[in-house]
Write a new protein. Sequence first.
Length: 452
Amino acid sequence: MHGFPDDNTSLDDLERLILDYSAERMRYDPPPLDRALTPEQLQEAAGTTITPQGLGGQAAMDLFADVLAPACLSVDHPRYLSFIPCAPTEAAAMFDLVVGASSIYGGSWLEGSGAVYAENQALRWVCDLVGLPEGAGGVFVPGGTIGNLSALVAARGRARHEAAQGTRPFRVATTSGAHSSIASACEVMDAELTPVEPDGRGRLNGPRLREVLLEHGPESYFAVVATAGTTNFGIVDDLTSVAQVCREFGIWLHVDGAYGGAGLAAPSVRHLYEGIEQCDSFIVDPHKWLFAPFDCCALVYREPGYARAAHTQKAGYLDVLTETSDWNPTDYSVGLTRRARGLPFWFSLATHGTQAYTTAVEKTLAVAAFAEDEIARREEFELVGERTLSIVVFRRRGWSAADYQAWSDRILDQEFAFVVPTTHEGETLARFAIVNPQTSTDDISAILDSMG
Ligand SMILES: *Cc1c(COP(=O)(O)O)cnc(C)c1O
């Protein structure tokens, strides 16, 4: 690595600045929640940061530490329960520094074999959780959105390869509970998304799926997307009956476990996923409920050859890579250049062992169960839907949408908690997403108290 000839900060200084800051940030317990500033406030506080001569490392670091970082919410704060939080282990977060410092190209075996080997071991653990056979595999991509898109592109490739002459499968079936990235992938692919009405518990099931497929002709579909843990409620589709219908018609089954896939590691909820072993592709985001830092999605295929056929980029300057039988991660998803982004997850798994993951996921499930019980016990609250995994959605009786928003703004303003409302069937509701093992039952009680 190199500095610049006109460098105004020594390597020693940089090392101290960056490692000290990182170590200190990771020792915060809890970290400050922090809050967003307006562009005007940031302009005023930070001003122009890029100058011809440079600020020097110390001033740039001070600017980050004093102004910019406090204007970013700490997604690992134990009372950050919005969207899906991210609570990496120290091992994973610190190893991210190592990945950055190591100048590894993670796209090809030729260039990154050691990293790819380690990433593939972590992917194998994911395949084992799902129950995929030997030969299954895939790649770590930036997130569930790219993972879903990549899987659907592979599915379409297979369907069009196998389709009878003159038919071009162009449809995808899923429920309204599926993540917005499925609709987005269909937009990108110019595919048509067919909604399937969920059952009384919000799940995609086989009989309803079958009806919808028959309505348009199953040969017009190239994929069915089932969700293992919906983002809003944590609902797991009825995977056994869905898989059966997919098999009947030879349609690719993709299971989106971006959030909920982590529950596969928890014996107390593992039964909910029965049938998942029949999927053709699967994603889970370690940056959600598997304690890895952003950005990291594990994408795996039952038969990776279909993905390779769909995604391998061909060019004279790549022949040396593509004309081999090597495992090149880049051939299994949209994208070419890639960071070995699975390594922080791998390092943490290798360090702590898989049992620690089971324990941590079970802990968050127990805190979610506590939240559910508290909500049932307290007069002013009412649970909405069922709690399946670690997401709890509930109503504060008598509150309007404006009341939820005012409460949410107030507790963030106080840097006490970050809990944004959600909506379901037009109604504004409160929602906890609990994926941080440091979120305690006391945190839950305190947040509920704040809605009194
Ligand atoms: C979060 C989520 C996604 C999208 O993942 P990103 O990593 O945010 O791109 C897809 N599906 C489900 C079910 C999710 O919860």
